[in-house]
Design a protein around this ligand. Sequence first.
Ligand SMILES: Cc1cc2nc3c(=O)[nH]c(=O)nc-3n(C[C@H](O)[C@H](O)[C@H](O)COP(=O)(O)OP(=O)(O)OC[C@H]3O[C@@H](n4cnc5c(N)ncnc54)[C@H](O)[C@@H]3O)c2cc1C
Length: 379
Amino acid sequence: MIKNDYIILGAGASGLMLAYRMATDAFFDNKSILIIDQFKEKGNDRTWCFWEDNEGEWDNILTKEWSKIFFGSKSYSNEIDILPYHYKMIRSKDFYDLLWSTINKKSNINFIEDTVLDSKEGREGVTIKTTNSSYFGSKVFNSLPDHSLYNSQDKYPVLQQHFVGWFVKTESELFDDSVAKFMDFTVPQKGNTRFMYVLPTDKNTALFEYTLFSKDLLDLSEYDLAIKNYLREHNVDKYEIIEVEKGSIPMTSYKFHKRNSKHVLNIGTVGGWTKASTGYTFRNTSKKTKDVVEFLKRKSDLSQFQKRSKFWFYDLIFLDVLSHHNDEGAAVFTSMFRKANIKTIFKFLDEESNIIEDLRIILAVPAKRFVQAFLKRIF
Ligand SMILES: Cc1cc2nc3c(=O)[nH]c(=O)nc-3n(C[C@H](O)[C@H](O)[C@H](O)COP(=O)(O)OP(=O)(O)OC[C@H]3O[C@@H](n4cnc5c(N)ncnc54)[C@H](O)[C@@H]3O)c2cc1C
């Protein structure tokens, strides 16, 4: 059986980013690294957005960035200047191409296109069984999705951030491409937390994404109808749908990291790197992959990688509220955007806020539900 120092399962956002960090750090030059994914070419399978203060590592491949965002609901709306933050968009093909172009140059990093079927951990490492072969890795980084983990428990609530997005092109210049519509809760809520997310990349082109934070997915026709209605209500009549994207991202405080072991580190969404209260994952993956690389230089027991944080508990309370009162999401976000400063919100969601900033956010959301959820978890 072929033996490797490291095996990375999955060449999506987290697996590829980890491989890229290893490819650009001389510490890993003498390590044999194997990446396994069922598909190498994935094209534009997702559009990643994230906020970041000032310049960032991926600025060369941005499709677009905005320094203003819009928040709207029935009772409050505001166009917010977010500087020094920018809201940034990357199309996944640009990201994959950039990272592969570096990784492909490294003779110590190999890629196998194959489907992973099973893994077995032993004293010295892990055996990975694929459709066509078996591989041994002293350390394995796993990003393969596994919905059964959180769906088979009821200790922690599980919502989905689910959406369908249309890239729309219009004949005339209809869009203000200086503002990203972050959340527009004016759409009918129908007992859930539902909003429209609109990202204009130029005056004729925009991504309209109908998004829910809720337990159950909708029929495809319902997302489509909601986008169609929204376009009509906003006087976008002559348009062509040039691309469609859809997704469902788990929002849960399930303790993914408890599955890490001496030889296996779960990374990306399956490693708990998705922010439970928002579904944002990309920027956290950028940070965490750097941490993994530094960790590997100092330590070898991968179960020690994850640290406890107060933000896990904040997210848990938020998800308790949203899962029990799914129709109140618009009110919660409206209150937060009305009362708290956007920079504090971003810092809090990036898990970089101090206790004073945490308190500003806690005091900005409707107290009753959060106190109820807090007391229920404590007692
Ligand atoms: C459409 C969409 C849009 C998103 N937009 C944003 C956003 O704007 N901002 C943000 O922060 N986050 C966003 N996310 C969430 C998150 O950033 C992405 O899901 C991200 O790709 C997660 O990275 P990952 O490495 O965990 O998983 P993935 O990128 O999905 O990688 C997993 C890899 O495993 C491979 N694989 C799966 N099963 C097997 C198997 N059995 N054998 C071999 N290979 C296998 C897949 O082919 C895939 O390449 C979005 C997600 C989706 C789906």
